[in-house]
Design a protein around this ligand. Sequence first.
Ligand SMILES: *[C@@H]1O[C@H](CO)[C@@H](O)[C@H](O)[C@H]1NC(C)=O
Ligand SMILES: *[C@@H]1O[C@H](CO)[C@@H](O)[C@H](O)[C@H]1NC(C)=O
Ligand SMILES: *[C@@H]1O[C@H](CO)[C@@H](O)[C@H](O)[C@H]1NC(C)=O
Ligand SMILES: *[C@@H]1O[C@H](CO)[C@@H](O)[C@H](O)[C@H]1NC(C)=O
Length: 495
Amino acid sequence: MDNKHYLQSSSEADGSNHNSGTSLVIKWISLSPLSYLRAGSTKLKVVSFLFGLTLSFFIVASYILTWDKTGILITPAPSPLRPSLDMRSLLRNILFKLDYTPRRVPDEREVIGSDPELFSAIPQRFLPQVKNPCWLAEYLSEPGADPYRRNLFTLRSKSFKTVCDNMRTSFQGHLHHRDGKVYRLRCLPYFYIIGQPKCGTTDLFHRLRLHGEIKFTTMKEPHWWTRKRFGYIRFKDGLKARFPLEDYLDLFDMAAHRIQEHMLANSSTENSEVQFITGEASASTMWDNQAWSYLHGDKEEAEPLLLAQDFIHTVQPNAKIIIMLRDPVERLYSDYLYFKVANKSMEDFHQKVIDSLQLFQACLLNSTLRYCVYNTDLSNAMPVRLNLGMYVVFLLDWFTVFQKDQILILPLEEYAANLGATIQKVFEFLNVGSLSEQAAAAVTRRPMSNARRAADRRLGPMLNATRALLRDFHRPFNSKLARLLDHKAFLWTDV
Ligand SMILES: *[C@@H]1O[C@H](CO)[C@@H](O)[C@H](O)[C@H]1NC(C)=O
Ligand SMILES: *[C@@H]1O[C@H](CO)[C@@H](O)[C@H](O)[C@H]1NC(C)=O
Ligand SMILES: *[C@@H]1O[C@H](CO)[C@@H](O)[C@H](O)[C@H]1NC(C)=O
Ligand SMILES: *[C@@H]1O[C@H](CO)[C@@H](O)[C@H](O)[C@H]1NC(C)=O
């Protein structure tokens, strides 16, 4: 009852040997009581195992969510001599370091100074008669020139290219002439779905599109705020051309055209705000600040000073943020299955988890928790993306700039179990009109997106030993998250 057992592979000395599933040597190590963990954890653990295999796996864990593969950066771990995994001391260290002081929020001038172009292109005030953030921008191109000719997103998204082909034909008609100048309506997203990968964001995105007042971009994951605006598509491919703000704004032109049509049709009516809104969903926005370390590697700072949310908040202090989270243990396995292409096995996953835990343990010995969670070298070295599951660390940083009521956080487990009510909650959060019964039924009837690939389903769930390790690792983070949000679902003890 009071001794915990961990299954551990003995091949950790060779950190680069990540595919040695077949040669896995298993030994049991016994640890004394983890008295600092919450009482009753053993009981909860039994419950979680039972449900973990049935409910969580077959219902929740079966959504593999598409995610632009730009995020994958799995390079083999270097093989330094690292101490073997000692979960007890790792957990003690996590608990000790989890109580850190919040980050220093950068001054607005610092944020603006780091990208003056961005902030000069976006006005401080948006059109008052439109719910979505929109403004009239002077259009300086030659009349008749193709406005989407240089858009870099059209090279990467066929569906967006098709949209541009359609918008091109009516583009001139949407230009606004005043005092000898030509303007176009520009819009930013009213809301952002920012994370996390493999937590249901694709499914939510497609369901929200069914609401008549929500006009999404056709491109689900622009990854502009975290990667493309700096010139990264995949970090491992190095720096490419920067995607200009103009290219990002083009993604919302379809919504802008609809908003403009409504403005014109109703221009004589007083007090009639145009209700259409648009949004985007990039599952890297919440966590990925790797560009910082690539671009500022020469600086001494151990933790990124400017985060994606600082920029979004500075242009749009009223933005609405939606986050979907799920049991980080299942998220990690889903991430592994989705991104690892060859030789997947439960044993291989187990080995990669151990290697990653070791690397994290080594980092935490001498560094702060935030440093290790954001550290690019560490996350490149870890064979599975363990850091993405430490939700509370990222979330606390979002709360340093956005108010709590601007961020809606949904556990995927609740979403899946109670789709109708959860979608209704999202609609209320976005302040969109309620749907007719028929339309609401259509939104919930839509089949769940992205079922796990057939080959991955055959693989079955992760090993119990892997789950036990990951549960213990994530427990302190989950407890802090559940306290922060005052919601037990984020403990993930009964999935
Ligand atoms: C894993 O745990 C579940 C639930 O506790 C149990 O039913 C199953 O037998 C275990 N599998 C193995 C291989 O121990
Ligand atoms: C004008 O506004 C009314 C309500 O404010 C709305 O019902 C109608 O659809 C709008 N017309 C157009 C063409 O946007
Ligand atoms: C997968 O396993 C096979 C056989 O063990 C091996 O030849 C191959 O190189 C492995 N592929 C990868 C990507 O590890
Ligand atoms: C941590 O710091 C100690 C003492 O400052 C040092 O001896 C050790 O090598 C460091 N470990 C790592 C992993 O950097």
